[in-house]
Design a protein around this ligand. Structure first.
Ligand code: NAD
Ligand code: TYD
Length: 350
């Protein structure tokens, strides 16, 4: 029997990790620690309500005392840390929030783990989930490996880079058993519709403009969220302590090509004449400091832990589009309320 804390479990990736662990490991107790910010939504985990090995705790990782109390109460054996402020555009408008949650919040969790484990680290593990954005931006050639030098450009990636450094510092200084993974862009069900793919599905459906930043030439490497959750499971159970694993799908797309594929799929699904949705494409002012290209080399993960993505992108994208079309109530519930205000502010200046 193990008790595992998963932070940020009510968010996009966190909810998939919680679901995987609760269903796959009935003899683990999974405690989801989440503050339920705008991005956290318990509806993402509706199917787990009543599961015997699952518990939700509403708590804020920025509050050190509260974190210590939660850790003291549950005496966790392991931590999988996903709670974060995660949207680059929001980090440009409000960088301090990102320092508080992503840097201070992570340090609070490291301290709480170190304290309850009282320097007896046998069979304990602190796993920090991070992003490929810490490596900065690539030109046309090359890929990020685990050895690539950190070079973050946005307040979001700078705060994630800082949190990664703290996790490594706790391994080097105190011997805290840690692991880090850096993953590329995720897509799939339950993603908050401020991110490219769910935002554009919703706008296409509603015949709203599709705000493409700059010329749409930026490149992202897309991975299906359930494959990320599978990788986290492998790394949590078999990763070499103190090390880092890159996770990615070898699946690079320019934004504009990806958007055109989405338009085509949605034309078919919504019974529109081919080319109708593409007319919604609107080029808007570029994101400040917009990274040109991300691409992950996941060879280490494949060689050491035998992980490869399970889904081809075309299949994953279609599945994802179907999910958003079928889960209209989930989407509408988010889009009502504060989201509208964010959307208007974010896009009126462009
Ligand atoms: P998300 O924004 O969907 O969810 C974040 C969750 O953290 C929410 O449930 C929110 O309520 C919670 N949270 C935020 N602040 C908190 C606080 N102070 N205390 C407790 N809970 C808090 O994010 P996501 O896209 O699921 O990303 C999860 C993690 O994975 C992040 O650490 C992110 O940096 C990393 N990551 C994301 C991607 C991606 O493509 N989305 C790719 C690589 C890595
Ligand atoms: P996003 O989903 O915000 O992820 P990230 O910035 O972490 O990669 O954006 C993905 C890409 O899509 C990125 O290059 C910015 C671009 N983008 C737009 O062109 N328009 C939009 O409205 C959004 C949200 C993103």
């Amino acid at each position: 029997m193990k008790t595992i804390a998963i932070t940020g479990g009510a968010g996009f990736i966190g909810s998939h990790v919680v679901r995987l662990f609760v269903n796959k490991y009935p003899d683990y107790k999974i405690v989801n620690i989440d503050a339920l910010t705008y991005a956290g939504n318990l509806a993402n985990l509706k199917d787990l309500e009543g599961a015997a090995n699952y518990e939700f705790v509403k708590a804020d990782i920025v509050n050190a005392e509260e974190m210590f109390q939660v850790f003291d109460k549950y005496q966790f054996d392991g931590v999988i840390h996903l709670a974060a402020e995660s949207h680059v555009d929001r980090s440009i408008s409000n960088p301090t929030e990102f320092v508080l949650t992503n840097v201070i919040g992570t340090v609070n969790l490291l301290n709480a783990a170190k304290k309850i484990w009282a320097d007896n680290f046998e069979n304990k593990l602190f796993y920090h989930v991070s992003t490929d954005e810490v490596y900065g931006s690539l030109g046309e050639e090359g890929m990020f490996t685990e050895e690539t030098k950190y070079d973050p450009h946005s307040p979001y990636s700078a705060s994630k880079a800082s949190s990664d450094h703290f996790v490594r510092a706790y391994f080097d200084t105190y011997g805290l058993p840690t692991l880090i993974s850096n993953c590329s862009n995720n897509y799939g069900s339950y993603q908050f519709p401020e991110k490219l793919i769910p935002l554009f599905i919703n706008n296409i459906k509603k015949n709203l403009p599709l705000p493409v930043y700059g010329k749409g030439e930026n490149i992202r490497d897309w991975l299906w969220v359930e494959d990320h959750a599978r990788a986290i499971d492998e790394i949590f159970h078999k990763g070499a302590l103190g090390s880092t694993y890159n996770i990615g799908g070898h699946n690079e797309w320019t934004n504009i090509d990806l958007i055109k594929v989405m338009c085509k799929i949605l034309d078919e699904k919504l019974n529109r004449k081919t080319g109708t949705s593409e007319k919604l494409i609107t080029y808007v002012k570029d994101r400040a400091g917009h990274d040109l290209r991300y691409a992950i080399d996941a060879t280490k993960l494949q060689n050491e832990l035998d992980w490869v993505p399970s889904l081809q992108f075309e299949e994953g994208l279609e599945k994802t589009i179907d999910w958003y079309l079928e889960n209209e109530a989930w989407l509408e519930n988010i889009i009502s309320g504060d989201y509208q205000e964010y959307y208007e502010k974010q896009y009126e200046q462009r």
